[in-house]
Design a protein around this ligand. Sequence first.
Ligand code: 5AD
Ligand code: SF4
Length: 470
Amino acid sequence: MQTLEQDTPSIVPIKTTKKFFLETYGCQMNFSDSEIVASILKNEGYSITGKEEEADVILMNTCAIRENVEQKTRQRLTEFRELKNENPSVVIGVLGCMAERLKVKLLEEEDLVDIVVGPDAYRSIPKLIGEVEGGQKAINVLLSREETYADINPVRLSENGISAFISIMRGCDNMCSFCVVPFTRGRERSRDPDSILKEAKGLFEHGYREVTLLGQNVDSYFWYGGGLKKDFDKATEEQKKSAVTFGHLLSMVAEISPLLRVRFSTSNPQDMTDEVLHAMVKHENICRYIHLPMQSGSSTTLKRMNRGYDREKYIDRIKAIRTIIPGCGISTDIISGFCGETEEEHSDTLSLMDEVVFDYAYMFKYSERPGTAAAKKYVDDVPEEIKKRRLQEIVDLHRKHAHESNLKDIGKEFEVLVEGYSKKSENDLSGRNSQNKVVVFPREHYKRGDYVKVKVHSCTSGTLLGEAIK
Ligand code: 5AD
Ligand code: SF4
């Protein structure tokens, strides 16, 4: 950053006129973090560009959850390296979980990168860019117990201007044995609810109609103004009285306006309370949709995964959702071929899927991550071919369920929040119903941001098709 040092008080620093390009991989939390990074850089005078060829700074916000995502990132970095060969002053940075996992190795192993920044160190990016411009490589991968970026107003990068992510907490303390997240994102900490409410109100005032509250484990959101959840017993009486749980937070955000839809992700079966389900019932604008990762349908596999619940507990939570919020959409995450998974354990996954019938599922082959408990304790012993075959069985079964779930919606009426034109035609609009299903219908006079009542007349495997009801 260039600054003009003078002692006249009216002089303000001359900010940079440089451009940055920012590419994001991975989960919603990463996309939300990129909006924080964009805000930090914009504050320093950087402007954003969508063209990597014209950028002075190229940043990749990366994911480390599975090996194949890391491979993609490396490929992309070699492409950026070619740009740098043509223009050596370009600065290339890796942010996020892969940066945190590999740390200085990313600088040492390959000459692809100038800057490495972990998820809790984004405030230092401008300084690190300065160091690189001074001829060094730069790294900050310190994890924090406090950083929530609460005071930073994210620059919205998604294009629709209707839905936005709000990060309500960071890190994860769950220690599922397969997962690298607790190592790359550090300890769980919750963000000040006032700053969350201010952000949500600001979005609503700027025309946004949907916010998704993000955390690795939203049900364990907890704020009392006194630091980490585990120190709550040391809190003052006043702090104890003003403690905010996820159920409270959800209600407070929902009360901003009935026209603001509220979503949240991710819920964990062992922590999801009925309080949250009742908060959903009380507020119609809290969407009838829950993402509840099951990972496996086998209690013995879940135990090796250190998931903190078994098959029965998972079923209990599904029953609670179905009883308290009839018609709620439910999606899940499933891993095939975890260490030691037998054919019988795999069948348990299929049978649990049959029992629940998920509306949507994210399905993965197990990928061993160095440093995790599973990598230390268990052998990644399910042969690739078997992992693949089991994944295919899971995918096929899920497709059947998703189609069945869509067929059941034919004839029903839903309120749809319009996000834009459908992918196929500008004569049709596309939006989501409360259950998070994509609904497409003829445009007529409706526009982005409208709530439209749509009657479903048919469906494809992934979309409901209908018509607006007058
Ligand atoms: N291998 C495969 N899938 C994984 N996930 C997390 N870690 C791994 C891994 N090592 C999946 C889980 C999680 C989702 C975000 O990614 O299903 O819920
Ligand atoms: Fe990983 Fe488990 Fe935390 Fe999710 S809850 S981020 S799977 S450790």
